[in-house]
Design a protein around this ligand. Structure first.
Ligand SMILES: Nc1nc2c(ncn2[C@@H]2O[C@H](COP(=O)(O)OP(=O)(O)O)[C@@H](O)[C@H]2O)c(=O)[nH]1
Ligand SMILES: [Mg+2]
Ligand SMILES: [Zn+2]
Length: 307
């Protein structure tokens, strides 16, 4: 007896609760067969329909084109989203931005070869001087920026164009307006807005990333907001940790393995002094290096047993 299998796209994964969209376009729950498949939103999976129980089983995860990785609680590396071709790093004047989060997403995207785009939402609100200054740092690094407003509709056409044909994901702090933007781009879907604001008041939440088909082709993932994002450090470019301007400048450093901290003749530090890298971005880079030093060697020298 042969049982037909089919390929499907994972539209949501939360623990062992997985949703897939099959070739017929219908979204349905699916059950992973076996543990440790590590299915994430955006994955392509091979499925089989179990007619007797009226279920869909996930048999395997097909090779990923790209993956966004983070450090999990145990210092290990885990995929968060798969097969992205664009990362929309969303920031806003309110809530008060933590740009280190944005920097880390940008670094992870760069290292994973996912095209990043900085999206300044809530363009209807005033940009305070410190944010304006930080934005100039991103421009200096070479990041393209879209200014949009989910509230007024400004800039949404450009955002739509930037997503067309891509598998794009909206990431960033809670409250910046990721779900509001997703709701604008996919009006046919019911997307909950402000859901995480409530979750942060202490309730547990089952909010997970969700993938939607874009009307003009392509897919958009709305991801839950985060307070922090720790990229998987072993996946970052060793020389620059995924900071594009560090990558550019580091060619001039005296040492090939320069970490751009205290080494003599460091072209990156010189670049910061001469205004070719924004000091805030450099501070962000240093923090990520420090995180690498705290997590990295300790983790290698003393592997935890039994965990
Ligand atoms: N003023 C303004 N508020 C917005 C805009 N976009 C979203 N918001 C508000 O910001 C809050 C958080 O939005 P939400 O989409 O849930 O953010 P998320 O946590 O990033 O998904 C909600 O109260 C939205 O109404 C915008 O463009 N301008
Ligand atoms: Mg949201
Ligand atoms: Zn250097």
């Amino acid at each position: 007896m042969s049982v037909a299998t089919f390929e499907a796209r994972v539209t949501g994964a939360f623990g062992r609760q997985v949703r897939v969209r099959g070739p017929d376009g219908a979204e349905q729950p699916a059950r992973p067969l076996g543990r440790g498949l590590g299915i994430v939103c955006g994955d392509t999976v091979r499925c089989r329909r179990d007619e007797r129980h009226g279920e869909v089983h996930v048999l395997e995860v097909l090779p990923r084109r790209t993956a966004l990785y983070r450090t999990n609680g145990r210092g290990g590396c885990e995929a968060v989203l798969a097969n992205l071709t664009r990362l929309l790093v969303v920031i806003a004047p309110l809530p008060v931005p933590d740009l280190f989060v944005a920097d880390r997403y940008l670094a992870a995207a760069e290292s994973a070869h996912i095209a990043p785009l900085l999206v300044l939402n809530k363009a209807d609100l005033e940009v305070a001087a410190p944010l304006g200054d930080a934005l100039s740092g991103y421009a200096l690094a070479g990041y393209q920026r879209l200014e949009v407003s989910a509230a007024s509709g400004a800039g949404l056409e450009s955002l739509r164009a930037a997503c067309r044909g891509h598998t794009a994901a909206l990431v960033g702090q809670s409250g910046v307006g990721k779900s509001s933007l997703a709701a604008q781009l996919i009006p046919a879907e019911r997307i909950e807005i402000g859901a995480l604001a409530r979750a942060e008041e202490g309730r547990h939440t089952t909010t997970a990333s969700r993938l939607f088909e874009l009307p003009g082709g392509g897919a958009l993932i709305d991801s839950p907001g985060v307070r922090d994002f720790a990229p998987a450090l072993e996946r970052l470019e060793p020389r620059s940790l995924g900071f594009v301007e560090v990558e550019r400048l580091s060619g001039g450093c005296r040492f090939l393995d320069c970490q751009h901290l205290r080494e003599p003749d460091c072209a990156v530090r010189a670049g910061v002094e001469h205004g070719s890298m924004h000091p805030r971005r450099y501070e962000s880079y240093r923090r990520l290096r420090r995180l690498q030093h705290t997590l990295g060697p300790a983790h290698e020298r003393a592997p935890r047993r039994g965990s």
